[in-house]
Write a protein that binds this ligand. Structure first.
Ligand code: ATP
Length: 618
């Protein structure tokens, strides 16, 4: 099998490439300890938002930055804040105060930003300390950490407020405030917390509002926190076209599985892939389906506990998995505009879901420059209590993603924009491929049908409109369906093994495994080892019948022109060439006088052709 591209093979970042007028990091005169950290990160040049925002921030200006997702906004505020802290410390090392507060909408993002702060301070010794308030520690522990005045606090608004209210955290000495993902913070139901915080924060604090879009929420935050901010509306070069190549394939419902099989098994896409699906069950269905062909993947959905989600993203970023299957339900599931009743049900049953509104609303909201007034959804859905901190893929830094595969199209053009923003980050190239179900095909193959795809064509036209406005092209991706059809039998065979029960089992198994890993239950399991053994055993049970023969692609299935026969080279094709293995196989076959289309594969008998009842029972 051909070696897959790994993170190191993805083109190295070219932030700000081509614009020689922009400063490099040296020109920013950052503290040598920060420069060392940048070298360690292998960041050579600042991205556009960093190049613009850092010098202004170092002058003490408030910043309101709109820059596309993945453009490096985190470093754009973290570096100047750290620089200022280091400067103050070198003037007076005895100063101890929390001077930086970074607010984010979710715990995942808090964890991620905390990691970024930790990496940039890795050469600062004990001079700069930071804490993530969303970590699960006891109140007493958190109180003692805060009593030591960490320089930077990263948190969701609600966590900050509860620590301010119980006097564990003092904001009196605050000099820098960041609201990251500013367009999301209010829609996550933090309105009251933010209002209260705006009163608790001293006047004159330098404020950074960082956002992928400029919405009315950002405007509200601006009037609450900023003093005449510099507004940066950055049109990165890649945002105008280059970054992400976008393709769509119109296909029938079961053909999504067929094409996915072909894409992965023939390695039409190389590198790391995020597959977005419509709901949690679908995550496991696609995962089990891929497993049938020996393809490993991991899943990410809001059902998994936060620590597991963070772990999954870390594993994916480290390259343990090349494929992550995400049920992006926070983004995807919006309440149908016409159905008040179902909206209410949604609110009660799925409090954690982001309120999306109709796609028309979203389109208006994303418009900026004051040309169009944002038309907000009539009613904002609030997320309450624990559900507030539930995660979303937005803002999560999946690294070196070569392709976003919209297995199920999202229901809004905004969600689409966020999803495809997971690839093509920091100047790298990326590809987005979306499956679209034509209206006349919807509901035709019940086992593989999902309700969210009912209006795919309408959503697609909105996506195309929005992307065209941004100067991006969404092109059709052509598969030679006749060639692909040769794989249909195997796809059907694999799908048959992925029964509804198997999906439920896989979902339950994952939760059982999380129980086993749970820190909280550790003590309980120490006292009840039998329960742990039972859970482990259950967790190991296979959820779907595995068919080993499906792992191999016999040569007779390969199109006569090789993989090129499957898709046209000029569209969406992400580097594919014959694998070494196939060349060896073919050479062997030639030597033995066996051509393609025979019953043998590399000298071994093909299990599909020698299939008998006895084997099927295995
Ligand atoms: N100067 C740089 N050179 C190369 N890579 C960079 C640079 N700055 C940041 N990156 C990398 O780019 C990726 C995206 O950065 P970051 O998460 O800060 O983007 P973002 O704009 O905040 O995105 P989002 O809106 O999705 O949160 C990260 O993996 C980060 O390590």
């Amino acid at each position: 099998m051909k070696r897959k591209l790994d993170a190191n093979d993805v083109p190295s970042p070219e932030p700000n490439a081509g614009d020689d007028n922009e400063p490099d990091f040296e020109a920013l005169n950052l503290d040598p300890r920060l420069c060392q950290a940048l070298i360690k990160e292998k960041f050579t040049k600042p991205t556009l938002v960093q190049a613009k925002a850092i010098p202004l921030a170092l002058e003490g200006k408030d910043i309101l930055a709109r820059a596309k997702t993945g453009s490096g906004k985190t470093a754009a505020y973290v570096l100047p804040i750290l620089q200022s802290i280091l400067q103050k410390k070198s003037a007076d090392p005895s100063v101890k105060a929390t001077t930086g507060l970074i607010l984010v909408p979710t715990r995942e993002l808090a964890e991620q930003v905390q990691k970024v702060v930790a990496s940039y301070t890795s050469f600062c010794g004990k001079d700069v300390r930071s804490v993530n308030l969303t970590q699960k520690v006891s109140d007493a522990v958190q109180r003692s950490i805060l009593a030591d005045f960490p320089d930077v606090v990263v948190s969701t608004p609600s966590r900050v407020l509860s620590n301010v209210n119980n006097s564990a955290l003092s904001l009196d000495k605050l000099s820098h405030l960041v609201i990251d993902e500013a367009d999301l913070v209010l829609s996550y139901g933090y309105d009251d917390d933010i209002n209260t915080l705006s009163k608790a924060i001293p006047r004159g604090v330098q404020t950074f509002l960082m956002s992928a879009t400029l919405t009315s929420e950002v405007d509200t935050l601006k009037s609450l926190f900023c003093r005449n901010p510099v507004i940066l509306k950055l049109e990165d070069k890649e945002e105008k076209g280059g970054g992400v190549s976008q393709f769509v394939v119109k296909c029938a419902e079961d053909e999504k599985f067929l094409l996915t099989y072909v894409i992965f098994k023939l390695q039409l896409i190389k590198g790391k892939v995020i597959i977005f699906v419509g709901d949690v069950d679908r995550c496991y269905r696609v995962k089990l389906f891929l497993e049938q062909f020996g393809l490993k993947s991991c899943v990410l959905n809001s059902e998994l506990p936060i620590n597991s989600r963070l772990h999954v993203v870390q594993e994916f970023n480290k390259g343990v998995y090349d494929v992550i299957i995400a049920a992006d339900d926070q983004e995807v599931l919006g309440a149908p505009k016409s159905s008040k009743k179902s909206q209410e049900v949604d609110e009660e049953e799925a409090g954690e879901k982001e309120e999306i509104g109709s796609s028309e609303d979203e389109d208006d909201v994303e418009d900026e420059g004051g040309k169009k007034k944002a038309s907000r959804p009539e009613k904002r859905r609030k997320m309450t209590g624990k559900k507030k901190d539930y995660g979303i893929s937005r803002g999560i830094d999946f690294q070196n993603v070569a392709c976003v595969l919209n297995f199920d199209l999202p229901t809004t053009s905004k969600s689409y924009t966020h999803r495809i923003g997971r690839t093509g980050r920091a100047g790298k190239a990326g590809m987005a491929l979306s499956f679209v179900i034509p209206a006349d095909q919807y509901g035709k193959h019940r086992p593989t049908s999902v309700p969210s795809t009912k209006n795919d064509e309408k959503v697609l036209s909105k996506i195309v409109k929005r992307q065209t406005k941004l100067g991006h092209e969404v092109k059709p991706y052509h598969f030679e369906m006749q060639q692909v059809d040769a794989f249909r039998y195997r796809m059907t065979d694999a799908l048959r093994a992925v029964t509804r029960l198997a999906v439920q089992e896989a979902r339950a198994r994952e939760i059982r495994q999380e129980l086993v890993k749970s820190e909280k239950l550790k003590r309980h399991f120490e006292e009840n080892p039998d329960e742990l053994r039972q859970l482990r055993h259950d967790g190991e049970l296979r959820a779907a019948r595995v068919q080993p023969h499906l792992k191999h692609v016999p040569d007779y299935l390969m199109p006569s022109k090789g993989r090129k026969g499957i898709s046209k080279e000029d569209v969406g094709y992400v580097g594919f060439s014959k694998t070494k293995e196939n060349r060896i196989r073919n050479a062997r076959d030639r030597n033995r006088g066996r051509g393609k289309g025979k019953k043998t594969v590399g000298g071994r008998s093909d299990p599909l052709k020698t299939f008998n009842r006895g084997q099927s029972k295995k």
